[in-house]
Design a protein around this ligand. Structure first.
Ligand code: NAI
Ligand code: OAA
Length: 394
């Protein structure tokens, strides 16, 4: 009997080598063009953010070929649900997910307008199916059932003069109730929380899951991706560089001083003493809130960031190695100081969190920022936990 497994592996390796050597020389070949044409729906996967990891052409081609080999045999079907899908973030986020070829089924739920948004997006000619669900408990349960990833951008956004904590009174109960539905209908899903204040809504979800005995810390994520997207862009504006070459680590939480950019670890360590830039990253959300003048907060850049985070999890689930994103997770890093959740770079795997990276070497300016961060973060996290203890989900 021939060893088909082995010969397939060899053939696949030879193919990889052929493609690498051939298409590298042909800048306009469609395979190569696709890699740099994120808007192309023919692309294997829509991921304009890939460049942020400074992947070389060879690495990208090789991983693309590996993915193809994988996809032929064991690729998962991926149902992704968006709760709050008709909102300012929900709509463009759902559109970006429709463009992601790793998503096979898209479930859109909102207390108003879910089916309309779904009908609209369903006409986009990519392969995934899109369904909108009624704003009823059974509609929500059906939207969630079988989901691999659930994103929650449901809740109210800020107006000028508010900080994210001012959203707590409204959004805490929205997130608590949606988390309860996820715990009941999709306890195995990876849950991505966008609704603010993220520093409190993530602990709220953890408490709801714990109360039902289904908490898996590897599968709960606060989406802080927008902070690294902003940091990378702001630095590139100052330095006149391409943002894809500016991979800035941002740690902590997602509001004001809890957002800590680590410029000392970047290509431009001297930027850690640029107080204006640090403040711009920490309060980037205010720029958008003020510019929108009462009509909401960041929606389009947030949709981009949320789609990037979902794509990272889908790639990791598909077997891609070395997928690293910053995210606010149940983390050991500051538990000895009573802080159970913290954002750092996290390597993602098929089951969610694979490895939480320590913050690494930081300079004296950044040490002060981390101290300020920890003080606020502790209060934000405790507020979320106390809320669920005093107002458990029914
Ligand atoms: N994590 C982050 O980096 C960011 C977070 N945000 C947060 O995202 C949240 C949403 O912002 P936008 O989309 O601009 O607000 P939006 O008001 O435009 O949309 C919110 C949507 O949630 C829906 N909704 C409300 N209660 C719901 C429930 N119980 N179930 C399902 N859907 C429900 C509303 O009908 C609406 O369509 C806000 O809390 C905002 O602060 C915004 C930007 C960045
Ligand atoms: O600023 C806000 O309220 C929305 C948000 O989280 C951001 O843009 O980072």
């Amino acid at each position: 009997m021939p060893d088909y497994t082995r010969s397939c592996a060899v053939a696949s390796c030879c193919r990889a080598h052929f493609v690498l050597t051939t298409y590298k020389k042909k800048p306009h070949h469609p395979l190569r063009r696709n890699l740099f044409c994120p808007a192309s729906p023919q692309s294997q996967s829509f991921r304009p953010w890939t460049n942020s990891f400074n992947l070389s052409l060879d690495t990208m081609l090789a991983s693309r070929i590996q993915r193809r080999a994988f996809s032929a045999s064991a690729r998962n079907l991926s149902k992704v649900a968006v709760l709050g899908a008709a909102g300012g973030i929900g709509q463009p986020l759902s559109l970006l997910l429709k463009l992601n070829t790793r998503v096979t089924e898209l479930a859109l739920y909102d207390i108003r307008g879910g089916p309309g948004v779904a009908a609209d997006i369903s006409h986009v000619n990519t392969k995934s199916t899109v369904k909108g669900y009624d704003p009823t408990p059974s509609g929500l349960a059906a939207a969630l059932k079988g989901s691999d990833i659930v994103l929650i951008p449901a809740g109210v956004p800020r107006k000028p003069g508010m900080d994210r904590d001012d959203l707590f009174n409204t959004n805490a109960s929205i997130v608590r109730d949606l988390a309860k539905a996820v715990a009941e209908s999709a306890p195995e899903a990876k849950l991505l929380i966008i609704s603010n204040p993220v520093n409190s809504t993530v602990p709220i979800c953890a408490e709801v899951f714990k109360a039902r005995g289904v908490y898996n810390p590897k599968k709960l994520f606060g989406v802080t991706t927008l902070d690294v997207v902003r940091a990378s862009r702001f630095v590139s504006e100052i330095k006149g560089t391409d943002p894809k070459d500016e991979n800035i680590t941002v740690i902590g939480g997602h509001s004001g001083v809890t957002i800590v950019p680590l410029f000392s670890q970047s290509n431009h360590p001297e930027l850690s003493s640029n107080a204006e830039l640090v403040k711009r990253v920490q309060f980037g959300g205010d720029e958008v809130v003020n510019a929108k003048g009462g009509a909401g907060s960041a929606t389009l850049s947030m949709a981009f960031a949320g789609a990037r985070m979902a794509d990272a999890l889908l790639r990791a689930a598909d077997g891609e190695k070395g997928v690293i994103e910053p995210t606010f997770v149940d983390s050991p890093l500051y538990k000895d100081r009573g802080i159970d959740f913290f954002s750092t770079n996290v390597e993602l795997g098929p089951d969610g969190v694979k490895k939480i990276f320590p913050i690494g070497e930081i300079d004296a300016n950044e040490k002060l920022l981390v101290e300020a961060c920890l003080g606020d973060l502790e209060k934000n996290i405790a507020k979320g936990i106390t809320f669920v203890q005093q107002n458990p989900a029914n």
